[in-house]
Ligand binder design. Structure first.
Ligand code: 5GP
Length: 198
């Protein structure tokens, strides 16, 4: 039986930003990075193809499927998931747990499956989850298309994932509205929640 009086081994706090593709998670995190360079923003691993605007090692390390599966075998991931039915995404166990041991605030965007896995391994007192909620699915399609042309199939997959994620939004500690054109306000609310709980 777990003894609730036992103190968590971690001093820090992991903040997971959850929400459908296009809900503004990446932009909110880039705003937080500027405001709080002392917080930790761990780089995840994915087998998805790098977009032309992306740099390896900024938000993701881009891996082959073979290398990712080797990482799974070696136990390198705190969690991993197949997202949008086709690619692996995973967070680094070492990077996140080391930062939590050192008492840092760690902020990472993640899909809902990853959030559910992390809830099983990181104590609730060290975890905050914030779901970014868009106005409508139409709004979301508009935002996703703005990133550049995507194949019809990919858009369908992302919409399917969006519906699955939105259905589970209340599992997160907080739901913050992400209104088109008001990303700074969304970042303000996220920042306030993190600072209040830090
Ligand atoms: P994108 O391909 O648009 O960068 O991300 C697709 C989805 O993967 C988003 O919902 C994003 O939050 C999620 N994601 C990004 N990094 C991770 C991760 O390390 N683990 C998991 N499970 N999902 C992630």
């Amino acid at each position: 039986m777990q003894d609730s009086a036992v103190e968590s081994q971690y001093k820090g706090r992991l903040v997971l930003i959850v929400g459908p593709s296009g809900s503004g998670k990446g932009t909110v995190i880039s705003i937080l990075k500027k405001r709080h360079p002392d917080w930790i923003y761990p780089i995840s691993y994915t087998t998805r193809k790098r977009r032309p605007t992306e740099v390896d090692g900024e938000v993701y390390h881009f891996l082959s499927r073979e290398d990712f599966e080797k990482g799974i075998e070696d136990g390198d991931f705190l969690e991993y998931a197949i997202v949008h039915s086709n690619n692996y995404y995973g967070t680094s166990k070492k990077d996140i747990l080391n930062a939590l041991e050192q008492g840092k605030i760690v902020v990472r965007e993640i899909d809902i499956q990853g959030f559910e896995s992390i809830k099983e391994v990181v104590p609730a007192e060290n975890l905050t989850s914030i779901f970014l909620m868009v106005d409508s699915l139409d709004d979301l399609i508009g935002r996703i298309l703005k990133r550049g042309k995507l194949p019809e199939e990919e858009i369908k997959r992302r919409m399917q994932s969006a519906q699955n994620e939105i259905a589970k939004k209340d599992k997160c500690d907080f739901v913050v509205p992400s209104v088109t054109g008001q990303v700074e306000q969304c970042a303000d609310q996220v920042e306030k929640l993190i600072l209040e709980r830090a």
